[in-house]
Design a protein around this ligand. Structure first.
Ligand SMILES: Nc1ncnc2c1ncn2[C@@H]1O[C@H](COP(=O)(O)OP(=O)(O)OP(=O)(O)O)[C@@H](O)[C@H]1O
Length: 629
């Protein structure tokens, strides 16, 4: 029999297909199953317009038949089949898609389900097979034909015996190599896993005979191997079902089956868009943080399907980083895939979908915040930190999207509040949104710096996470109200008694200068405090870097080289007994005043949660004081 040659370009193309287009061999099965599904779809579409044809769903299926003895894997379908010419045209010419032609010829309005478009998927079979045999009988044709090829050197076509309409593709698997065990593709569990992974939502049953251990009849403890034909795929993608048909538990089951997480999702979002770009998506907001969430290992992304066929397990471009906790999938008919269906070409459609998804997630979170505060707080406890990173990252470019989703603990309400709630109840004379930083709410409650603000009756937001202050610096203001730390040098509060303050500063100038000298370089200034009411001493800061930021920045790798320092002001409560004692000592005994200065300085250091530079010297100072008194 004459061997026909692939076209010259086709030879090269075939070589490329086998060696370079796909990075993952297992997808050959996805491609063959997709072709089989297309072939059944074609009968379905024909039946829509041809009255002599009926489409009885039960007669249409795909079957996977591994044969260990012969080392063959067969993919069989009861689809439209191929005539001799079609075998020649569609399989003899690489990059010629009979499916694409079918779509065009039939001008199908709702024919988007047909998967094939490039005319190359079939050849992925040669990644696992030395020889591929296609036996096919076309609908309406009395004869069947067999196409056989060993790859690059061409193919043969001859008549064959086949009674049923449809196609059978028989792969003679390659010999095993050191790197690859092709026998794997004969194992039921492996085949099942590949089908589930890529082709679970093919609309026709994918059948396979599977071996299972079942209890022996009449015996309680004896088991036997039973072979039975099973349908491997779930067929109906829940995202294509009408939302009204689906219950909460259907979504929860889907979340569990897909292994998106071990928790129960807090919320699901089902999107069905039928506009210029059509897509369906089911998204989930998890309740608990995945164990690796705040690590580099965590990979964000949504599953991406094209026509129900899995294209990518984690498509990162579908989610902004700040919503990286969202799990779920997107299915669209309108994606421009590249031929391997592995990567997407720079894709306008994908960008549009990603943008829609982002807006939808934001809206759902806002709804949750508005209508189910307790649930939102659960969410926020897990992922609020990520939202704050989102505000800070990329120089604050996403701050407008995220600012209304932020919450901070409030000194007054003793619970989490939003910025909007804070601003809406600010007294008229209050100019700034005040915040205080510290390790825990309890520690911040006791901070000396908060005394004046609290006395004024202003609310303070508590920042306990390292990212908080950085995010807020990026935000700068909310609804025209700027943020101010309770430790900032200027609190922006109108002085009732400016004269007294000036006199106090003048009166104590010599003492303050002396203290500054003793603390040489450790503080920028020593001042009489306006904010302290009952405590003797604290730090405030000037400039951009706060003490909290100093801590965070210096805890980073390579921090040694940077050594970022906040400009600290040592503030003293001049109405406190301790100050009176200090002043009297300064008048009589400079050495003792030095001791007092060091102790007061280190007290301020401890209040801030900073570490005392020389703990031994500090304890010695205290001991010395105890001996003297
Ligand atoms: N099982 C089948 N039954 C009927 N026709 C088939 C079958 N498999 C392949 N064909 C025909 O062969 C053509 C080429 O198949 P191939 O998988 O290479 O490309 P495709 O499915 O059209 O596109 P893609 O590369 O996007 O998958 C198909 O378009 C189809 O016309």
């Amino acid at each position: 029999m004459e061997k026909k040659q692939f076209k010259a370009e086709s030879k090269r193309l075939l070589d490329m297909m086998i060696h370079s287009v796909y990075s993952n061999r297992e997808i050959f099965l996805r491609e063959l199953i997709s072709n089989a599904s297309d072939a059944i779809d074609k009968i379905y579409y024909k039946a829509l317009t041809d009255e002599s044809l009926t489409f009885d769903k039960d007669r249409y299926y795909i079957k996977i038949i591994p044969n260990k003895e012969n080392r063959t894997l067969t993919v069989l379908d009861t689809g439209i089949g191929m005539t001799e010419e079609e075998l020649e045209h569609n399989l003899g010419t690489i990059a010629k898609s009979g499916s694409l032609a079918f779509k065009q010829q039939n001008e199908m309005k709702d024919g988007h389900d047909i998967i094939g478009q490039f005319g190359v998927g079939f050849y992925s079979a040669f990644m696992v097979a030395d020889e591929v045999t296609v036996r096919s009988k076309a609908l309406g044709s009395g004869k069947a034909f067999e196409w056989v090829s060993q790859g690059a050197d061409g193919y043969t076509i001859k008549p064959c015996d086949k009674t049923d309409v449809g196609t059978e593709i028989i792969l003679k698997l390659k010999e095993n190599t050191e790197d690859e065990n092709f026998d794997d593709y004969l194992e039921e569990h492996r085949l099942k896993a590949i089908i589930k992974k890529y082709s679970d939502f093919i609309r026709y049953p994918i059948k396979m005979t599977v071996t299972e251990m079942k209890p022996k009849e009449g015996s309680d403890n004896e088991f036997e191997e039973v072979k039975e034909e099973q349908v491997i795929n779930s067929m109906v993608p829940i995202w294509r079902k009408n939302k009204s048909e689906l219950k909460q538990e259907d979504y929860e089951n889907f979340y569990r089956e897909k292994r998106y997480g071990f928790d129960k999702p807090l919320k699901h979002i089902h999107i069905q868009v039928d506009g210029t770009i059509r897509y369906n998506a089911i998204l989930f907001i998890p309740e608990t943080i995945p164990f690796d969430y705040y690590t580099k290992e965590y990979e964000k992304g949504l599953e991406l399907y094209s026509n129900g066929v899995l294209i990518m397990e984690k498509c990162p471009d579908l989610l902004p980083d700040y919503f990286s906790f969202v799990k779920g999938m997107v299915d669209s008919e309108d994606l421009s895939l590249n031929i391997s269906r592995e990567m997407l070409q720079q894709d306008r459609q994908l960008k549009v979908i990603a943008k829609n998804i982002k807006n939808k997630i934001k809206k759902e979170l806002e709804n949750l915040l508005k209508h189910d505060r307790a649930k939102y707080e659960t969410f926020y406890r897990s992922f609020g930190r990520q939202l704050k990173f989102g505000v800070y990252n990329e120089f604050g470019q996403d701050k407008d999207v995220l600012q209304d989703l932020l919450m901070f603990y409030s000194s007054k309400e003793k619970k989490w509040v939003t910025l909007d709630e804070y601003v809406s109840r600010m007294p008229e004379d209050q100019q700034y949104i005040y915040y205080a930083t510290g390790e825990t709410h309890e520690r911040i409650d006791k901070l000396p710096q908060t005394e004046l603000i609290a006395e004024k009756g202003y609310e303070i937001l508590y920042f306990t996470e390292d990212v908080d202050e950085f995010a807020i610096k990026m935000l700068k203001s909310y609804k025209d109200k700027e943020f101010k730390s309770v430790a900032s040098g200027d609190l922006g509060i109108e002085e009732d008694d400016n004269e007294t303050a000036e006199t106090e500063a003048k009166e104590n100038k010599a003492l303050f200068d002396y203290m500054k000298e003793v603390l040489s370089g450790k503080v920028k200034d020593v001042r009489a405090s306006k904010r302290l009411k009952t405590h003797p001493v604290c730090f405030s800061t000037e400039g951009e870097v706060s003490i909290e930021m100093e801590k965070v920045l210096n805890a980073m790798p390579n921090a040694d080289q940077q050594q970022i320092k906040a400009d600290k002001i040592l503030e003293l409560n001049v109405h406190h007994d301790v100050f009176r004692s200090l002043k009297a000592t300064f008048a009589q005994d400079k050495e003792k005043a030095k001791l007092y200065t060091n102790i007061l300085y280190n007290q301020a250091v401890l209040i801030e949660g900073l570490s005392v530079e020389d703990p031994v010297a500090f304890t010695n100072d205290i001991c010395q004081l105890m001996v003297q008194t």
